[in-house]
Design a protein around this ligand. Sequence first.
Ligand SMILES: Nc1ncnc2c1ncn2[C@@H]1O[C@H](COP(=O)(O)OP(=O)(O)O)[C@@H](O)[C@H]1O
Ligand SMILES: [Mg+2]
Length: 346
Amino acid sequence: MLEARVARTREGHPQHTALLGEWAIGKTTLLMHWRRRLEAAGDRVVLTMAYPQSRDDFLAALAGAVAAETGGGWTTKLDLEVGLDVGVAEARLRKPALQVEKELRTALQRGAHLGDHHTLVVMVDDVDLVATPGDALLQLRAIALELYATDIAIAFVVSASPGLFGSIRGAHEPLVRFFEPVTLGPLAGAEAAEAITKPLAETGVAFDDDVVKEIVELSGGRPYYLQKLAYFAFDAAERGTVSRAEFAAAFERAFASVSQEIFAARWSVMAPVERQVVSVVASETAARSSGEIEAAAVRLGIRPAATRQALHRLAARGHIDRLANGQRGRYEVRDRLFRRYLELQP
Ligand SMILES: Nc1ncnc2c1ncn2[C@@H]1O[C@H](COP(=O)(O)OP(=O)(O)O)[C@@H](O)[C@H]1O
Ligand SMILES: [Mg+2]
């Protein structure tokens, strides 16, 4: 999909992409994979990471990174981190906004002209870390539209959590049209099983088939969970194999590790009402309508309006899943490890 978009960009019909996906679903890994493929095909790629920073600091850092990556001479060899440091250092000088935009435009123009007949692909990982991602994206769009007139081929690829466009009210429509969203979901069953068995093949340790199956199911195909569960299972191997018995203890250790690293922090930033509502949602495995959840929450003394608001916020932050169903959504906690964590909360 991306290669087709880059090819169209090269032919004079620029296409830009928003790669959307939950935390740890594999966005950064996919961007790096794309970068390798595009570079192998002769395209120029600038891959940068956004930070919590203002729009102007972000644009200045991006201009610095583009300049460092495409500047020729010794700077071409700079790797990502160094390129960023240059950008961040320049950003600290706090240049006026107009000058920042001009610098970015110039850097992009120069970068795109360096290539022979190829495309400049500018990737920004985690763009929603910028304080006002909508403003930053609008600015990138404005610069790209200006550059269309100059006949240079640039494609932007930004990554963010699935809530990106939902959080951008005013400029929602033009931005969704411009940064055409691609959503990265979890690995499908067979791919998830391979993500476990392929690396194992080199180790002399094997997992029983039902252990692989159970890890795949528990993980829901999320790479981070696959790694945690498989790592602790590997650690529990007896004489080169892991059967259900070994896995039971390994699961508890993996679950404790994920809870400590992820769930505890998630839980601690939730408002009291959100905690109650997320627990109500997690108490049933089947998805339920907002109305059903509101009714259950009323019994805990929560007003329906407060429940609705909590559901929106929880879904926007990826703590619960919303299955779109016309106007009215249905909600569930699909993440089995998180659901277990919630069940264990007092
Ligand atoms: N397709 C994949 N198969 C197996 N593991 C993956 C895959 N994509 C990513 N991972 C692993 O999942 C973890 C999270 O990936 P990452 O790219 O950092 O996610 P994100 O940027 O979305 O937070 C990393 O350890 C990575 O190696
Ligand atoms: Mg990432």
